[in-house]
Write a protein that binds this ligand. Sequence first.
Ligand SMILES: [Zn+2]
Length: 379
Amino acid sequence: MLLRGGKIAAVGAGASCADAAVFDAGGRLMIPGLVEAHTHLDKSFWGMRWQRRPAGPCPIDETETERRNRREPDLNTNRQSGRLAVQMIKMGTTHIRSHVDVDTETGLASIEAVMAMREQLKDVIDVEIVAFARSGLLIRPGTLELLDRAMALGADVVGGLDPCAVDRDPKGHLDAIFGLAQKYGRPIDLHLHERGEMGAFSIDLTIERVRALGMQGMVAISHAFCLGTSDSNQTCRLFDDLARDRIALVITAPEASAAPSVLGCIKAGVLIAGGSDGVRDSWNPYGTGDMLERAMLIGLSNNFRRDAEVELALDICTYGGARVMSVANYGLAVGCDADLVILPGETLAEAVVSRPTDRTVLKGGRIVVRNGELTFPID
Ligand SMILES: [Zn+2]
């Protein structure tokens, strides 16, 4: 493979150039950069002392724990988001979509901190920011205006959250986020934890708006646990509708929740991406930010055992994410950006299962990680 100007210039027999520097990959595998399509960079405690998570029965208790943890004097969102982004780079991620909180308590501070981090790391990773009203959009007056300001500031995607269960006003919530998306010409990513009929209703209202506004290909729904019963008629109908209006699903392979079946989605033609969700934060104590690990978890939760199925789980964490995030010039073909991961293994399925850490990562044709070690300085 010949790289020139940060892009793949030639592959195969024609890929030679007399004065090019040569990197011998030693017969290892090469995949395009891993794509983290759903995380929360602003919340991670990565590299900090252990943060306790007192048990609480309801999600609102977790929101409270998070608020309390956020007052931790050592919690610097710019530094923490950078630490997690760098960890992800080490694991071979070249593109991240991060939801970032906007609320009436912290205002736009988290958005500004992650934007500053994005600028600091712009040569080594692409970060897409979703402005996200974690504490509710309409139930906390002033939040919608903040979300609007976050978009004006340069957030890339409008975030939504459980229109029925959190705001208790699905029409109001969806009209508000679709309004912002239209105003700024940006996509939407909707966190949807709602189960059963409630979640299906929110999806129906979302499909209705995508159709009315001609926003096909611009909306993703994260989690969509309500689609976890893949054999029901309703789920099949919703899969068909999502496919027709090119509304993508972003899955995180939760251990304890039903989630949309990957094969069900693919059969219906629904685009799927994968994400870690929170990594070592108030919500989730687990995670390493490794999308090969996420591919393995997607494989385990879908009972994937054959090589082709395990490779499908990896595809979700590479090409799937790139399609959902509309990453241009992605892949291993001539003309694509040279965002690449080289790693030991005989087959892709083996790489997912063994998840070697001595990866070499290229961003824009430059080696940013060599055999698991960063090649750029970090503060
Ligand atoms: Zn999330």
